[in-house]
Design a protein around this ligand. Structure first.
Ligand code: AMP
Ligand code: GLY
Length: 429
């Protein structure tokens, strides 16, 4: 084999997008995916993960497997293996990895910890109270709701795949969310002021010291059209978006990204990997809603079809602390990703539904698999909550969105749940 052997860790749409873009890199010889899905299986060998991805034992097993298979670079998709110490386990075996250590990944593992970090490093964010008792949460709900016309945000502190947040319309709903989180075993609940503005996802590729921003992405996290219903992991995305004008990104890099990377380095846990900042552009400037320590899903699906330069070079250099003079190049135009979710999502999804993917969706359309598998007869079936991420590139946002929906309408599967307003949010800019 000539070229690098890369192992992508994870099983969702983001990991299909990673495997897809890495497989196109001239420097890559083989892409292994652990464990992947039916879509990644077309791109390279599948590494079964008998222990899963989320425990100390599982990450030790994966690290040993990467070493045994002489992997040159491991690219970690989801947060759970990062929080379980996969990158630390790989480092101990001398295997290069794109992703943060467990200590650096704590920014996502606990919302209470992240909020304390933001406050410690004077990073602009919503005012908040971290409560360890339901009475404290209840008082905070009342106080913040009073300030924002009744609205208040309640966040379960632990990892919840983006689903542990309630944007409550009134204190009754806010208190119920806090009580439910404690009842579910949460030890800390963050209650914070409701911020009004345009929300964007900023993803930056970091090498411990330097940061390279990717184009801004708009995500649609609520389950239903009009941003109604429960939070999901993300129902669709559009890239690039530009709510801020030319200086906005510089402002976010200066006021949010730089102090984050400096703060982590000063605390002895430099950040390598993707720092994903959920930002709200308020009238007072950008405010940080949350950190994630990985690529967004489905943010990444709307970015990779636009990438015109070498993904492997970017991630490999970041992993090795050598992100000097690397600037990714992007195709002109826009890309939209519309998620086709299973009946029931974000609750327990119906699985095992046969999927029929037309072969001729067009060269500007890429369908990334998320929860898919092959059944005993080799048929493609649904196997998770978010099933497919249907992407299309177009000369502008409107064309990209239209292209993605045209493909969605040709796919369809029984019970499929699709938001119809992805990329169609009224623009305030
Ligand atoms: P998080 O996981 O913290 O990003 O929260 C999930 C979603 O809840 C965000 O993407 C926002 O849409 C919304 N959200 C979180 N915090 C706030 C806030 N302080 N004000 C308004 N909306 C928020
Ligand atoms: N799409 C939001 C996330 O990846 O958390």
């Amino acid at each position: 084999m000539s070229g690098a052997r890369v192992m992508v860790v994870g099983a969702g749409g983001r990991e299909h997008a990673l495997a897809w873009v890495l497989a196109r890199s001239p420097g890559v010889g083989e892409v292994l995916v652990a464990p992947g899905n039916a879509g990644t299986a077309d791109l390279g060998p599948r590494v079964a993960t008998p222990l899963g991805l989320a425990t100390a034992e599982a990450v030790q097993w994966l690290a040993a497997e990467a070493e045994r298979r002489a992997v040159d670079l491991v690219v970690v998709g989801p947060e759970a293996p990062l929080a379980a110490g996969l990158v630390d386990a790989l480092a101990a075996r001398g295997v290069a990895a794109y992703g943060p250590t467990r200590a650096a990944a704590e920014l996502e593992a606990s919302k209470a910890h992240a909020k304390a970090f933001m406050q410690r490093h004077a990073i602009p964010t919503a005012e908040a109270v971290t409560a360890d008792r339901v009475e404290v949460a209840s008082d905070a709900v009342g106080a913040f709701a009073d300030r924002s016309g009744g609205r208040v945000v309640v966040k379960a502190s632990g990892l919840a795949a983006g689903k542990g947040v309630t944007v409550a319309r009134d204190p009754v709903e806010g208190r119920a969310a806090a009580a439910a989180a404690f009842a579910a075993g949460e030890r800390q609940v963050v209650v914070e002021e409701f911020l009004e503005g345009d929300e964007v996802s900023l993803l930056v590729v970091c090498d411990g010291r330097r940061a390279v921003p990717l184009p801004l992405v708009e995500d649609h996290k609520a389950a239903f059209d009009g941003d109604l219903g429960p939070m999901t992991g993300g129902m669709g995305t559009l890239a690039p978006v530009d709510p801020w004008g030319p200086t906005g990104l510089d402002e976010a890099m200066r006021s949010v990204v730089a102090p984050t990377l400096d703060g982590l380095r000063a605390e002895g846990r430099p950040f390598v990997g993707t720092l994903f900042l959920g930002l709200m552009l308020t009238q007072m400037g950008p405010r940080l809603l949350e950190y994630n320590v990985r690529f967004g899903d489905p943010e990444l699906q709307a970015l990779v079809p636009l990438l015109a330069s070498d993904a492997f070079e970017l991630l490999d250099r970041a992993a090795r602390g050598r992100l000097t003079d690397v600037r990714p190049a992007w195709r002109p135009g826009a890309c939209a990703c519309v998620v086709m979710a299973a009946e029931g999502y974000p609750g327990p999804p119906k699985t095992g539904v046969t999927l029929d993917l037309p072969a001729d969706l067009g060269h500007d359309v890429v369908v990334f698999h998320a929860g898919t598998a092959r059944d005993a007869d080799g048929r493609l079936v649904s196997a998770g909550g978010r099933v497919l991420g249907v992407t299309a590139v177009g000369p502008d946002a409107g064309a990209a969105v239209a292209g993605a929906y045209a493909a969605v309408d040709r796919i369809g599967f029984p019970g499929a749940h699709v938001r119809r307003d992805i990329g169609r949010r009224p623009r305030r800019w």
